[in-house]
Design a protein around this ligand. Sequence first.
Ligand code: AVI
Length: 318
Amino acid sequence: MLEIDRNDARSTAFDPAFRDDVIAGLSLPQKAIPARWFYDHRGSELFEEITRLPEYYPTRTERALLERHAPEVGRIAGPHRAVVEFGSGSSAKTPLLLGAIDPAAYVPIDISGEFLRESAEALGQAFPALAIQPVEADFTRPIRLPVLVDKHPRLGFFPGSTIGNLQAPAAVDLLRAMAGTLGAGAMLLIGMDRVKSPDVLVPAYDDAQGVTAAFNLNLLHRINRELGGDVPVSLFRHRAIWNDGDARIEMHLEATRDLAFAIDGHDFAMAAGETIHTENSHKYGPRSARQMLAAGGWTTLAEWTDPQQNFALLLAEA
Ligand code: AVI
């Protein structure tokens, strides 16, 4: 059946930047939409589900690394640092770090105010003596930190291998922006996913329950909901591909037959097998991880990985 989502009439939330990215991206020879648009309310819920999937090893592996090595991070970084978390989301891993390092303050930064307020409140209950000041901002740009952290050296926290969703030049720019935001004497604790067998990588992005497929396809539902599109979602399928040359998982939405749709007065046609490229998730070897950090102005001080070397936590100084 052709599913056009007409029941999801254009909703009130309408971001012109979303519209511009979608129209421009679908007009490219290789159609592409930036991965940042996955994260509407439904997309954020589906991502939380992904982090609990048996095939999606990054979250539980990084959590285990934090449980094990956060005290060592504390010993190297020293006490009374202000912890600044970039893209804090639900701050699920944050207590593991805060509980181990005797922080002076905690500043979660996220573009979603809803998530920020909820998680700051929960952390406030778990750490009643800790000064917490959330900042609603796009962390890819330099940010002025609250005065609360003025007197303390900073420890940036960027878990989840979110850096991997950026192409190298953008990743380097982001690392430099973080160094600028955190200031002199800063350190950064960052999670980076390792290169490994496609037998492990592909299922992590194409799980048996179809949650990642739903996450990817939700982007098309979002276009229909927010931009009044008539994209025939049921005629697309989720694809996760290991691109060995670029050391990354690519997610695509593939047209299963010739099809056409319109978004906000713009007409698009796709041939069977043609794809919309929706995400890159870069993976790093031990050297490339350090090189990336160095290019962004950070010197690696310590690195921890799990026995299978699936995921790495790196501590670096500016
Ligand atoms: C947020 N980011 C680090 C995830 C990743 O693994 O690249 C997003 C994701 N996409 C599909 N599954 C998870």
